[in-house]
Design a binder for this molecule. Structure first.
Ligand SMILES: Nc1ncnc2c1ncn2[C@@H]1O[C@H](COP(=O)(O)OP(=O)(O)O)[C@@H](O)[C@H]1O
Ligand SMILES: [Mg+2]
Length: 535
C-alpha cells in the first residue's frame, strides 16, 4: 500500500484534466491511443500531433491514470509539453473538429489554473482541515473534476472568492435579509427553516428571514429593484450574522452544522458547466419532486435521498433577484448511521479520505469494502430508474457514502434534486406548471445515458481507480465485483442491464466539447467509453 499521497501542483492538475478530456472525447473514439511500457501515446487526429504521458498501469475501465511528464513529438524527438501548450493543442484540435472557434476557451483554462494556484497557496496557510471528517471531505476537492478543461475556473480575482472557497477550508457567516410578507415568495414546508431562523438575527413582525450567500449579495446588491426595496422597507438588510456555515464541494451549497441543514444558494458564477443559479422552475421543482420521491426511497435501508422540503426568495419584479436570492433548504446529515464522506473525496487520486479508512489497508479489506460500496450505490440507482422512472444523478459530487465506525460503507445518500428527473410518461405531472414539468422530465433514453454515465463512468470507475491506486493489482477484480453484483441484482434480466453486462460501450459525458460549444450542461453530448463488464 502506498503511504505517501501524490502532491498536486496547478500545472500537473491542469495538464491532467485537459489530457483526460482529450483522451476520452477525441482520441479514444477515433482509436488514437496506445498504451504500453508505462506510457500512453495519443494522437490528436486532426491536428496530427502525437503526445505521450506516463501511465501508472494499463487501464481496466474507462479511466487512465496519466502521469507527468507530458511530451510532444517534434521531428525525431520528444519535447516537454506544459499545460499551456496542451491547452493550445486542445483548442486547435477542437476548432478543426467542430469548424468553430471559441475565443473564451484559453482564458477559462488560464483562470482555472490561476484559481488552483490560489487554492493551493491558501491551503498552505491553513494548517489543518476541519476535524469533522464529513466537512473535511466536502472541502478537499483541490483539483476538482478530472474530466473538465477548466475545473476550477471562477470569475473574479481570488481575493474576492477565496473567503467562500471550500477548498481553502473556509467558513463564514451568511448575510441575512428580512423580507416583508408582500415581497416574500416561498414554497414547500416553511417550518423546515425554523431551526435555521432560530440562529439568525431577529426580524420585525411581518418579516421573514432570508439567508443570503455574501458573495451573491455583492454580485446583486447594485440592482435597482433591490435598492428600491431596501429604501422602501420591503426588504431590510440585517448584515452578516448568525451561525457559521461551511461551503461544501459545490461551492454554492453550504452546510450549517448548528442547524443541521444545507442551504443551496444561487451563485451567479460559472463553475464547470453551469452558472449556479436556482431557476424559478428549479425552486418550485425541488419541493414538488421532494413530495413525489418520498415513496421511491421509503423502506430502503441502504439508501436515502436528502430531502429538499422548502425554498424561499424575494418576490421582486426582477428575475435576476427572484432567482438570484432563491435558497433551497436541504436536510442535514446528523441522523445518518455513521460518518458520511463525499464520494468525490474518496475518488480523488490526490486525496487522503480513502487511505484513511481501515479496510483499505489490505487488498482483502479493500475488496470487501468495494463489494459493499458498489452494491450500496448500484441497487438504489437502478431501482429508481427501472422500477420508478426516476433519473438520479449519482455523480461523485452528489453522493455521500456513510461509513460505520470500522470504515465500512453502510448507506449511500443521494442529493441534489436539480439533477434528479422523471422519465417522460411514467409520472402524472399534469398538476404542475408547464415550465416546472418540462424541467423535471427527461426522455427515457437520455435519462438512461445520464444514469449510466454518472453511475459507472463518473462514479464507480473513479472510486475503483482510487482503490486500485492503493492496490494496483486489484482493479480487474473490482470490475468483476461490479459484474457479479449486477448479475445478482433484481434487475439483471432487464434489457438495459443485459446490454451493459454484454459490454456495450459506456456513455461518457463530453465536457470539453460542451465547453467548446458553449452549450448548456443539459445539452452535453456523450462519447463511447470502454465498458469492462464483459471482460
Ligand atoms: N467528478 C465530478 N463530477 C461531477 N461534478 C464534479 C466532479 N468533481 C467535482 N465536481 C463539481 O461538483 C459540482 C457538480 O455539479 P452539480 O451537482 O450540478 O452542482 P450543484 O450541486 O451546485 O448543483 C460542479 O461544481 C463540479 O465542478
Ligand atoms: Mg450537486
Amino acid at each position: 500500500m502506498l503511504l505517501t499521497r501524490r502532491i498536486v501542483t496547478a500545472d500537473d492538475a491542469t495538464t491532467t484534466s485537459l489530457l483526460n478530456c482529450l483522451v476520452r472525447e477525441v482520441c479514444v473514439p477515433d482509436r488514437q491511443v496506445w498504451a504500453g511500457g508505462g506510457r500512453l501515446v495519443l494522437r490528436l487526429p486532426r491536428a496530427g500531433v502525437l503526445l505521450r504521458a506516463g501511465l501508472a498501469r494499463p487501464p481496466v475501465g474507462p479511466t487512465y491514470r496519466l502521469r507527468a511528464p507530458v511530451e510532444e513529438r517534434r521531428a525525431d524527438a520528444w519535447i516537454p509539453a506544459g499545460w499551456e501548450r496542451i491547452a493550445d493543442l486542445a483548442a486547435g484540435e477542437l476548432e478543426l473538429a467542430t469548424g468553430r472557434a471559441n475565443p473564451e476557451f484559453s482564458a477559462q483554462v488560464r483562470d482555472s489554473h490561476a484559481a488552483l494556484r490560489a487554492i493551493l497557496a491558501a491551503r498552505e496557510q491553513t494548517a489543518e482541515g476541519s476535524a469533522d471528517a464529513f466537512l473535511a471531505s466536502e472541502q478537499s476537492l483541490v483539483s476538482g473534476h478530472r474530466f473538465h478543461p477548466a475545473p476550477k475556473a471562477r470569475q473574479g480575482a481570488p481575493g474576492e472568492w477565496l473567503p467562500y472557497a471550500p477548498e481553502a477550508r473556509t467558513r463564514f457567516r451568511p448575510r441575512w435579509l428580512a423580507v416583508r410578507a408582500d415581497v416574500l415568495a416561498e414554497g414547500g414546508d416553511a417550518a423546515a427553516f425554523a431551526e435555521l431562523e432560530a440562529l439568525g438575527p431577529s426580524v420585525p413582525p411581518e418579516y421573514t428571514l432570508l439567508p443570503v450567500h455574501p458573495w451573491q449579495f455583492s454580485l446583486l446588491s447594485g440592482r435597482p429593484l433591490l435598492r428600491r426595496a431596501l429604501a422602501s422597507g420591503g426588504v431590510r438588510d440585517l448584515g452578516t450574522a448568525g451561525p457559521e456555515v461551511f461551503p461544501t464541494a459545490s461551492v454554492r451549497t453550504v452546510y450549517v452544522p448548528s442547524a443541521d441543514v444545507f442551504c443551496k444558494f444561487s451563485l451567479d458564477v460559472r463553475i464547470t458547466n453551469c452558472v449556479r443559479k436556482n431557476s424559478w422552475y428549479e425552486l418550485d421543482g425541488a419541493v414538488h419532486l421532494n413530495r413525489l420521491l418520498g415513496e421511491v426511497f421509503a423502506g430502503h435501508d441502504g439508501a436515502a435521498l436528502l430531502a429538499e422540503p422548502a425554498y424561499r426568495t424575494v418576490a421582486l419584479a426582477d428575475r435576476a433577484l427572484y432567482e438570484g436570492f432563491g435558497v433551497i433548504l436541504r436536510e442535514g446529515v446528523r441522523n445518518l448511521p455513521g460518518t458520511p464522506l463525499l464520494a468525490a473525496a474518496l475518488a480523488d487520486p490526490y486525496g487522503t479520505a480513502l487511505s484513511a479508512l481501515a479496510p483499505l489497508a489490505t487488498p482483502e479489506g479493500a475488496a470487501a469494502w468495494w463489494d459493499a460500496y458498489a452494491r450500496l450505490v448500484l441497487r438504489p440507482v437502478l431501482a429508481a430508474y427501472l422500477d420508478h422512472g426516476v433519473v438520479l444523478e449519482p455523480h461523485v459530487q452528489n453522493v455521500l457514502m456513510v461509513m460505520d465506525s470500522g470504515g465500512m460503507p453502510v448507506r449511500a445518500v443521494f442529493r441534489d434534486l436539480e439533477g434528479t428527473k422523471l422519465t417522460a410518461g411514467r409520472w402524472n405531472l399534469a398538476h404542475l406548471p408547464a415550465g416546472v414539468r418540462d424541467a423535471l422530465t427527461y426522455d427515457a433514453e437520455r435519462g438512461w445515458n445520464r444514469v449510466v454515465y454518472c453511475l459507472f463512468v463518473n462514479h464507480l470507475t473513479e472510486v475503483a481507480a482510487a482503490v486500485a491506486d492503493l492496490h494496483p493489482t486489484l482493479e480487474r477484480e473490482l470490475w468483476g465485483t461490479v459484474r457479479r453484483e449486477l448479475d445478482a441484482s433484481p434487475h439483471a434480466d432487464r434489457p438495459q442491464v443485459r446490454a451493459l453486462l454484454a459490454g456495450v460501450p459506456f456513455p461518457a459525458k463530453a465536457n470539453l466539447r460542451a465547453r467548446w460549444a458553449r452549450s448548456a450542461d443539459r445539452a452535453a453530448t456523450y462519447v463511447p467509453a470502454r465498458n469492462p463488464l464483459a471482460n
